[in-house]
Design a protein around this ligand. Structure first.
Ligand code: IMP
Ligand code: MG
Length: 178
């Protein structure tokens, strides 16, 4: 198997520093609320850990798995539930934690489902935001970094399920357009 090169795009130190700032804003906004932080598996897991370790207010965890990318860098445009939340979000403040908001379809889908289940409020914390690619307008309250339209891997993000463990955000040198 040939080994593609990964160019560092956002360092682990920058991610840590920026995530701490987002956690401070969450602490401020959710002082008296005990929010449920929902980690969107698989990609958001490293960012979720980084974020929650910096949050000091009481909060709860939950997990959801959705999938939209069928293979490689090409989106199918469809979102499907792979695993559901285990807690009730009724009358709760929910923070969806994502690795990256791209077309916005995943967040829009989760927003629709959580609102239908009676969530009291909903915000989105995402490590990365690619506004150029947006198809559906979604709220992104806590954004780590806005990035240009490049396909990134690492810090949870994959290309065909590979590279999620890379401890920084990088760009593959076999990058495809789109
Ligand atoms: P959306 O539904 O189009 O906003 O896509 C969200 C999901 O697509 C993210 O949670 C990622 O899993 C995946 N995704 C979008 N852009 C990238 C990328 O550049 N690299 C890796 N995964 C990506
Ligand atoms: Mg994801």
């Amino acid at each position: 198997m040939s080994k593609p090169t990964i160019h560092e795009y956002i360092s682990r130190d920058s991610i840590a520093a920026r995530t701490k700032e987002l956690a401070e804003r969450i602490d401020e906004q959710y002082k008296d609320s005990n929010p449920i932080l929902v980690c969107v598996l698989k990609g958001a897991m490293p960012f979720f850990v980084e974020l929650v370790m910096n949050i000091t207010v009481p909060c709860e965890f939950d997990y959801v798995a959705v999938s939209s990318y069928e293979s490689g860098t090409h989106s199918s445009g469809r979102v499907k539930f792979v695993a559901d939340l285990s807690s009730s979000v009724e009358e709760r403040d929910v923070i969806i934690v994502e690795d990256i908001v791209d077309t916005g379809r995943t967040v829009a889908y989760l927003q629709k489902v959580l609102e239908a289940r009676g969530a009291q409020s909903l915000t989105v914390a995402t490590l990365l935001d690619k506004p150029e690619r947006r198809v559906v307008d979604v709220p992104t309250t806590y954004v780590g970094f806005e990035i240009e339209n490049r396909f990134v891997v690492g810090f949870g993000m994959d290309y065909d399920e590979q590279y999620r463990h890379i401890p920084y955000v990088g760009i593959l040198d076999v990058e495809q357009s789109g």
